[in-house]
Design a binder for this molecule. Structure first.
Ligand SMILES: Cc1cc2nc3c(=O)[nH]c(=O)nc-3n(C[C@H](O)[C@H](O)[C@H](O)COP(=O)(O)OP(=O)(O)OC[C@H]3O[C@@H](n4cnc5c(N)ncnc54)[C@H](O)[C@@H]3O)c2cc1C
Length: 231
């Protein structure tokens, strides 16, 4: 049996190898979108033709998203709590996660490879500065992660329940969850999260998801590439 904290075979590493996102399963292909869009004609096709690609482009361009909802993906995501918090704001996904009420094994904490500075102009943004000397600060983060874990273990050793002890664990704690979403809502997620307005860490996951799904929806990817996006 495979442990949920291990990445599935088809996965992309992110955050310098500390996090990952994997494709667990999917339902439907691009031809499912075309068949759904033309369902009123009562005919089903197996292969994409040139005019189907034109229809696909039209559907995306005009936000006719319901045919996209017939393609569904399940991902396994290993990310820090603060990324999970942002991700779970997307209500159109279905989620399940390992519970820290049941287990304390395999606890891991994220220590950024590089710290960014606070942007002066935008309170939500950060700035990557090559000359920012962050080595000591990153060491302090790593030490804090470790001492939080030690306190957590002390609380458990003294008989405190897991559901209260976990309250002292930092936002850098890595969690693993499954998320299932249809293509229409996934494209919305990718638009918001592979964006210069999104936090760098969650953006890494959005970029990785594009790489995972591109072989399944190559013409959707081509549409966005034709608009200047990287897939
Ligand atoms: C750069 C950035 C900064 C952000 N900053 C903040 C912040 O400071 N504070 C904060 O609280 N949030 C913040 N958010 C989260 C943001 O407000 C959204 O909650 C999040 O992006 C999910 O978007 P969504 O609701 O469109 O997605 P989903 O929940 O996946 O919904 C997709 C679409 O379905 C429809 N929908 C889903 N559920 C409902 C519903 N119940 N009622 C009506 N329509 C629905 C809407 O059209 C919605 O756009 C930020 C997001 C981004 C990308």
């Amino acid at each position: 049996m495979q442990h949920l904290n291990n990445p599935p075979e088809n996965h992309q590493q992110v955050l310098g190898g500390q996090g990952w996102v994997g494709l667990i399963d999917h339902l439907g292909e691009e031809i499912s979108i075309i068949n759904a869009a033309r369902v009123s004609f009562g005919k089903l096709k197996d292969q994409m033709e040139e005019r189907d690609i034109t229809l696909l482009d039209y559907l995306i361009e005009n936000k006719h998203t319901s045919p996209m909802e017939h393609v569904v993906f399940t991902f396994s995501v290993h990310c820090p709590l603060f990324v999970r918090g942002q991700w779970h704001r997307h209500r159109t996904w279905s989620y399940n996660e390992i519970s820290r009420r049941y287990t304390e094994i395999d606890m891991e904490f994220y220590t950024p490879d590089k710290l960014r500075q606070q942007a002066k102009s935008d309170r939500q943004a950060s700035v990557a500065a090559a000359d920012f000397d962050d080595a000591e600060l990153r060491k302090m983060i790593s030490t804090h992660n470790q001492s939080s874990f030690e306190l957590y273990e002390t609380l458990l050793d003294r008989g405190v329940c897991r559901e209260q002890a976990r309250g002292i664990l930092p936002q850098n704690m890595l969690v693993t969850f499954w998320g299932t979403v249809n293509l229409g809502n996934l494209l919305h997620f990718l638009e918001l999260r592979d964006s210069e307005h999104a936090q760098w860490e969650i953006r890494e996951y959005a970029i990785a998801i594009k790489k995972l799904i591109k072989p399944i929806i190559p013409n959707v990817a081509k549409y966005y590439e034709s608009k200047g996006q990287v897939w």
